[in-house]
Design a binder for this molecule. Structure first.
Ligand code: GCV
Length: 661
């Protein structure tokens, strides 16, 4: 039986799957061959397109039995579960796949191609994902947390999954979410915050049925469910006196708990664990290593084929700001590199892409190139915690692409090193536009597509997103969207923290400027600005030694201010305000210029957006317009605070005599 396409609740934006995106797939004579649950999903999709645009679907016949425009063929092919081959010959477009996901991804491939999928002739081409795991982590709490709200670092309303303290009864929206994720290639999702509070810990045991219900809603679109668990579960939930990973009773407890999970959710993906990090419990309490901790859970998951995603975000968050010997940027490498080779096969070490914490500009984490005997997943942040909180337009595709294409170790890019997959913190909530800022949908789509193909051109991915989201867009709209999105990450960088220094945000909620907000805090987030200069000395000579954690050529390049790229200069070096950048400007003049330019660029983008009224539906246009007002207000605040701070600290006037307060 074809599975009906999920119905969007009234008023919810269809994002990149509006009905019109299926116009080319509808109106055809289609043959679908093969069986299995995802074939029913594919059938449902094609049937829905035919209902809207004409055409018909036949199941099971042989391709030669009639004339078909489209054949979707699941059978025995020399392909992996997610791969598909597309071809066109004699007026028939064919997708062949071996697995249901492959067939579904092949169908969405045709949707992306639009009319081009049904014209001309092309030789067979096989598409396969570069990374087998393409996952979103939701930092959703079941119960609304008194400080963090329902979604930690969430800027799109409440949770899609949890409401009034339990899983939603109505899961149509979750089904529709799974469909959006499949259309950009995401195949896994964890349903709760990595900071596991008391209520959420119980999802593993007595509240498992709620997780199973969500898994059931995501499954038809090939999205596997994972769960964040507390390392202290045996104590919190099992009444054991210890959570020591080498204790037999603890190992037995995890084995049994995991067996029950698989009984309820046979295709369960595995656990996500934040241990010994920002107050979460972990193996250090028992004098055990993080490999011992991760392997405990890997052993419980292994019989069922599951994986533990063990996060490498381990650092001292109670640092004394007076202590210049401790460098947070070093922490993940220092903790984990000695453990290379000790992690079990079913453990994946999940590493944030930068050594600090999702700032607008960071170097790539040196850990990514330094653990060749460990399966690593790289973690990005789609939710815009430090990049404008979905009030600012900030398309992160170019940043992620730079990270993924960075050659971290000889011959290998970050994308190639992420053998355990690419993971991102989701930016989605129950907001009618899914992401709060409607243009932030482009970030989620881009993440999925880059996870499928890390070396894809981000601009081409944005073209896809535009064509799907606005199927009848005139060229003027597409140009306008590129104009406001293409450079928006660099614009954001210009009016916020300069030259890689990071963390000039207001403490706690992290929105808006506060140059010294994190300067005398315990979080390890300092810039050391004084009257003479700014930046963190992280060289091997005279610094914290962080630059030495890289291999060749990066260690040498970052070691000296002469060779360090301008955009990371203050991340690696403390320099005088008069230091001349490769651009020929002094550091302080660069700060003034970029902050003035950043605001001007927001003003321009706001005007471009205003000119698109009439080409975009009114509700979406109004929402983005409102966000631009706030972005401009906030960008001016950033400019004025940052420029005034450095003018007062340095006493150096702006060469161009602009107004600084
Ligand atoms: C889920 C940052 C965020 C925290 C987040 C943490 C993490 O510190 O501010 O909200 O906690 O990263 O990635 O675990």
């Amino acid at each position: 039986m074809p599975l009906p396409v999920p119905v969007l609740p009234e008023g919810v934006d269809p994002a990149w799957l509006p009905p019109a995106a299926f116009r080319s797939v509808g109106g055809r004579r289609t043959l679908i061959r093969g069986s299995g649950p995802l074939v029913e999903t594919v059938h449902g999709e094609v049937a829905d397109a035919c209902r809207r645009f004409g055409g018909r679907v036949v199941r099971g016949a042989e391709p030669g039995d009639g004339a078909y425009d489209l054949v979707l063929d699941l059978g025995v092919h020399d392909l992996g579960d997610e791969d598909y081959t597309v071809a066109r010959e004699g007026g028939t477009t064919t997708v062949t796949a071996f697995g249901g996901r492959g067939l579904l991804y092949g169908l969405f491939h045709l949707v992306r191609l639009g009319e081009a999928a049904f014209s001309g002739a092309w030789t067979p081409k096989t598409h396969r994902p570069a990374l087998t795991l393409r996952m979103l982590d939701h930092w959703d709490n079941v119960a609304v947390h008194p400080v963090m709200g329902q979604v930690e670092r969430g800027y799109a309303g409440g949770s899609l999954f949890w409401e009034d303290g339990r899983a939603r009864d109505e899961l149509d929206r979750v089904r529709a979410y799974g469909r959006l994720l499949a259309a950009c290639g995401i195949n896994a999702l964890s349903v709760n915050n990595v900071n596991v509070h008391a209520t959420e810990a119980r999802l593993l045991t007595d509240r498992l049925d709620e997780v199973a219900a969500i898994a059931g809603a995501l499954r038809p679109y090939g999205v596997r469910t994972h769960l964040s668990v507390s390392f202290a579960s045996p104590v919190m939930l099992g009444g054991l006196p210890t959570a020591d990973p080498l204790d037999e009773a603890v190992r037995g407890w995890w084995a049994e708990a995991t067996r029950r999970v698989y009984e309820a959710i046979p295709d369960f993906g595995g656990y996500v664990v934040k241990a010994d990090s920002e107050g979460q419990p972990g193996p250090f309490a028992y004098g055990r290593s993080h490999a011992e901790g991760a392997n405990l859970l890997a052993a419980a998951l292994e019989p069922f084929g599951g994986t533990v995603h063990w996060r490498a975000f381990v650092y001292d968050h109670r640092q004394d700001w007076r202590d210049r010997t401790t460098d947070r940027a070093r922490a993940a490498y220092d903790h984990f590199v000695p453990l290379d080779g000790e992690f079990a096969d079913h453990a994946v070490l999940q590493v944030k892409h930068g050594p600090m914490d999702f700032q607008v500009r960071e170097p790539v984490s040196p850990l990514i190139g330094a653990m060749p005997r460990t399966r690593l997943a790289v973690e990005l942040q789609v939710t815009q915690e430090y990049t404008g909180q979905q009030r600012h337009t900030c398309w992160l595709g170019p940043m992620w692409s730079e990270v993924l294409r960075f050659r971290i170790q000889q011959g290998s890019t970050v994308g190639e090193s992420a053998r355990g997959g690419l993971v991102a913190v989701s930016n989605v909530g129950d907001d009618p536009f899914w992401t709060g800022h409607p243009l932030a949908q482009a970030n989620l789509y881009t993440f999925g597509r880059l996870a499928w193909q890390p070396d894809a051109e981000p601009g081409a991915v944005l073209d896809e997103w535009i064509a799907l989201t606005f199927p009848d867009a005139p060229a003027r709209l597409a140009d306008g969207l590129h104009a406001v999105l293409d450079g928006s990450w660099r614009t954001y960088e210009k009016y916020t923290a300069p030259l890689g220094v990071g963390f000039m945000v207001q403490p706690g909620h992290h929105y808006g400027p506060s140059v010294e907000g994190y300067e005398y805090s315990p979080w390890g987030t300092y810039h050391f600005a004084d009257r003479d200069g700014i930046g963190v000395e992280r060289g091997v000579t005279g610094g914290t030694g962080f630059a030495g954690q890289y291999g060749t050529p990066w260690a040498e390049l970052y070691e000296s201010p002469k060779t360090c790229p301008d955009e990371l200069l203050l991340f690696f070096h403390h320099v005088p305000y008069g230091h001349v950048l490769k651009s020929g400007k002094t550091v302080v003049q660069h700060i003034y210029d970029t902050h003035f330019e950043g605001v001007e660029e927001v003003e321009e983008a706001r005007a471009v957006w205003a000119s698109l009224a009439g080409l975009v539906d009114p509700a979406r246009h109004a929402r983005v317009t409102e966000r631009y007002e706030e972005q401009l207000r906030s960008a001016r605040e950033w400019r004025d605070q940052v420029n005034s701070y450095f003018f007062r600290a340095s006493g150096v006037p702006d060469e161009r005599g602009r107004r600084i307060h």
